[in-house]
Write a protein that binds this ligand. Structure first.
Ligand code: GMT
Length: 374
């Protein structure tokens, strides 16, 4: 198949899923055309059957807000026509889904161009639910030739919030288990924890929904019983407040803020425990990546996370903001070798058996066929 993929190319779960999906499809022989405003972060150029088409958004003094959606729709139409694409697959509804609808209509007199929208979370729960975007988000879901969501939770939420009646197929997030795998020796950890401290890790876009300050509070609590060091990977609005809190709680020497990192698969396996104290996660891709690397997630019982983490089996789930409970789980994992061993093995097994690329990518291929034949 010839597939056009559009996503946000920056750091974020939806862009990562879209990019890795494109790479996997290309590996399986499909021709993949990324249509985005910048090269997606995890996309190395020069891979066979992967093409990249940049969307240029011209500015003009009249435009206080340059019309990105229109530039994207034009580019989608051009690429679809020029490369004879079979379908468009857009990740994150706003504004990609509407741009795909416009591209489809532009070509309607000459050819059929179905488009699939994959919902990732905040496009439904935060942005899409906002009054200013609600009607257009609902419309774009209804007009899509196919809709998928990355968890059963998000499917239910979409139906409830938008009252849409079209089928939404759940295709959960996936991980490349050959790229993300355990490093039991953890030799590289010494660079961050020279005294042999246990390593905790958090990765996100540091937006308020991620509750990054809770990570600092958990570290301070854990350090009362176990020497531990925290790696904070990513950047965003709450990085400054988190750095400030680390100083205030006198744990700043025990936290490394590493900023945005391109090869998280090299960092995650160094850790013992992943902290994911989010207010909401529609899936929690980073917890899956951690599990694949034999790193045990301590997370919150929100959104689609329970579809991935079985509490007490392959990780822990606690209430949002309950620092004492999350810290106690971390301490238990860091002080009980057998418990840590059992849970990290279960996590790796679940990642490989339920969420590995070879289990999930065929579901997308099948869905493409269904939509093309539908
Ligand atoms: O979590 C974010 O803020 C980024 C966001 C995105 O759309 O890029 O992530 C969402 O999509 C991920 C990939 O499907 C999911 O694993 C995340 O749980 C989801 N985030 C939220 O629902 C808050």
């Amino acid at each position: 198949m010839k597939v056009g993929i559009t996503c946000y190319p920056t750091y974020g779960g939806s862009g990562i899923v879209a990019t890795e999906l494109g790479l996997e499809l290309a590996t399986r022989g499909h021709e993949v055309h990324f249509i985005t405003y910048a090269n997606p972060i995890r996309l190395d150029p020069g891979i066979p059957r992967i093409h990249y088409h940049e969307v240029e958004v011209s500015t003009y003094p009249l435009f206080q807000y340059p019309p990105y959606c229109l530039a994207l729709a034009s580019r989608m139409g051009e690429v679809a026509e020029c490369y004879n694409l079979d379908l468009l697959h857009v990740h994150y509804a706003i504004p990609h889904s509407i741009a795909a609808l416009l591209a489809q209509q532009m070509l309607a007199s000459t050819r059929r161009l179905p488009f699939i929208t994959t919902l990732h979370g905040t496009d439904i729960t935060l942005v899409g639910a906002d009054r200013s975007y609600f009607p257009i988000t609902k419309f774009s879901i209804e007009q899509s030739d196919g809709v998928t969501s990355i968890s059963e939770y998000l499917r239910r939420e979409t139906v409830e919030v938008f009252g849409v009646s079209n089928e939404i197929r759940v295709i959960q997030n996936f991980v490349n288990c050959e790229l993300y795998f355990p490093d039991d020796a953890k030799a590289g950890a010494a660079a961050y924890a020279p005294q042999g401290e246990k390593l905790l890790i958090h990765l996100s876009n540091f937006r308020p929904v991620k509750r990054v300050l809770d990570c600092i509070r958990i570290l301070a609590e854990v350090r009362k019983s176990v020497p531990a060091h925290l790696l904070m990977v990513g950047d965003g609005p709450d990085r400054g407040p988190a750095e400030h809190l680390a100083r205030a709680l006198k744990v700043d020497r025990h936290v490394s803020f590493l900023g945005k990192q391109n090869h998280v698969e090299r960092l995650i396996p160094l850790a013992h425990v992943l902290l994911m104290p989010s207010d909401l996660e529609s899936f929690g891709l980073v917890a899956l990546e951690a599990m694949a690397c034999g790193v045990v997630p301590v997370a919150t019982r929100v959104g689609g996370v329970p579809e991935l983490i079985a509490d007490g089996e392959n990780g822990y789930l606690e209430a949002v903001g309950d620092i004492a409970a999350q810290s106690a789980r971390v301490v238990a994992l860091l002080t009980n070798e057998d418990l840590h061993y059992r849970m990290r093995k279960a996590g790796r097994w679940d990642a490989a058996e339920r969420f590995c690329t070879d289990k999930i990518i065929p579901l997308y291929e099948k869905y493409y066929e269904d939509v093309l034949n539908g």
